[in-house]
Design a protein around this ligand. Structure first.
Ligand SMILES: Nc1ncnc2c1ncn2[C@@H]1O[C@H](COP(=O)(O)OP(=O)(O)O)[C@@H](O)[C@H]1O
Ligand SMILES: [Mg+2]
Length: 382
């Protein structure tokens, strides 16, 4: 079955589409073949609107409702364009949607403790435009089962990285950075995962704020700056970094408020030093997470497999190489496993949709903290 996976992450840079041929082997495991993938940037005004909606304390209900329908049109177009490019048609779509809000830790609301999450991008509109069923809204079912609703990519990580002899840590560096730990010879319930902290989110925000560019292309600005070690050390003592998994982060933790404080902490400094320090914060928080929260546990690991937009930043990758080398891990790229860095999360949502379509669960309770496995998402029929 050909499934289209659609992902738009917290960076709000755009839409990734992956067309995946998925079939079931005799032993019930899944065989995947990536047929093609593409990346469609959000138009600038859409990106601005999405970022504004994510950061808003208050937003207009009308605008949020319209954004839900508008994003669905853009997602559908992205799928149709990709299908045309690779001359295939998917029979099913899995669309993550754009996260506007994610609160994994229950908080008091109107007298009740509530955790909640919201991914926007109307599945019914997509089903109508693409002409096939669409699975969307993957996270709530895991939360309803007591999980944090994230991360969901570990299901794919287990599928592609599990090895009898080689333990692997799969690290995705999107807006937020998250890892999946798959010890050698792991069974599904031994897999665990969590968000290590900021990926590109803080780097992007300070680059925008100080240089008026949406990201530090090829890590050039960071390479020209000096890392303020004291700032990194101080920030690594923050509650989020010390907390034990399962844990998830988003703009609520590393968005506008954090960035404001971060820039203040760096003062006085050259502008490029602030970008260098943000880059180091990502690398060091990943290194520390691996050391304190993965390698201290049972299980052997020898490889660290990176993916996501952050792998395109050579300054960040150089810092990360140093971090994992001292931990005795070999840094590899997901591309070496036939999974292009930028397509991996889109592939994951194709696989999750395939599971849901077949009425099979795809959350990993040991990764999300859920009490039980759950069939994820909602199906919209064409
Ligand atoms: N050439 C590049 N140089 C530096 N950073 C890059 C480059 N290409 C992509 N990135 C970074 O990757 C981010 C997008 O990563 P992505 O994996 O799409 O994240 P998300 O899943 O949050 O959308 C961009 O915002 C940018 O920070
Ligand atoms: Mg993206």
């Amino acid at each position: 079955m050909i499934v289209a996976g659609v992902m738009s992450g917290t960076s709000a840079d755009g839409i990734n589409v992956a067309l995946v041929q998925i079939s079931q082997r005799k032993n019930h495991s899944l065989a995947l073949k990536l047929i093609g993938h593409s990346e469609v940037p959000y138009p600038k005004n859409v990106r601005t609107a999405v970022l504004r909606a994510m950061n808003a304390k208050q937003a207009s209900v009308a605008d949020l409702a319209r954004l839900n329908f508008l994003l669905a049109e853009l997602y559908s177009q992205a799928v149709l364009v990709t299908q045309r490019e690779f001359q295939v048609r998917a029979r099913l779509v899995g669309c993550h949607g754009q996260t506007l809000y994610h609160q994994a830790e229950p908080g008091l609301f109107l007298g009740r403790k509530i955790s909640s999450t919201w991914q926007t991008g109307e599945g019914s509109v997509m089903a109508a435009r693409v002409g096939v069923p669409v699975v969307c809204d993957f996270r709530p079912a895991d939360m309803a089962a007591g999980g944090k609703g994230a991360p969901l990519v570990p299901f794919l990580d287990f599928l592609i990285y599990r090895d009898k002899k080689i333990g692997r840590i799969a690290q995705n560096i999107g807006g937020i950075a998250n890892l999946t730990a798959i010890p050698a010879n792991a069974s599904l319930h031994q897999v665990f995962a969590f968000d290590t902290g900021p990926g590109n989110m803080v780097i992007d925000a300070v680059t925008e704020h100080l240089f008026g560019r949406s990201y530090d292309r090829d890590g050039k600005i960071a390479a020209s700056g000096r890392v303020l070690d004291d700032v990194v050390k101080k920030l690594l003592k923050r509650k989020y970094f010390l907390r034990k998994p399962p844990k998830t982060a988003g703009r609520e933790e590393f968005g506008r408020e954090f960035v404001k404080e971060f820039v203040q902490l760096c003062q006085p400094a050259e502008k490029q030093d602030i970008v260098a320090t943000a880059t180091a914060l990502t690398a060091r928080s990943i290194g520390e997470s691996v050391r304190r929260l993965v390698l201290n546990k049972k299980g052997s690991y020898s490889e660290f497999v990176a993916s996501g937009g952050g792998t395109k930043n050579p300054t960040l990758m150089a810092m990360l190489t140093n971090e994992v080398r001292v931990l005795g891990l070999n840094l590899r790229l997901s591309d070496e496993f036939g999974m292009p860095s930028e397509a991996k999360e889109a592939v994951a949502f194709a696989v999750l949709a395939y599971q849901t379509w077949h009425k099979r669960p795809s959350n990993i309770p040991s990764a999300t903290g859920a009490r039980k496995s759950a069939i994820l998402g909602k199906i919209c029929y064409a």
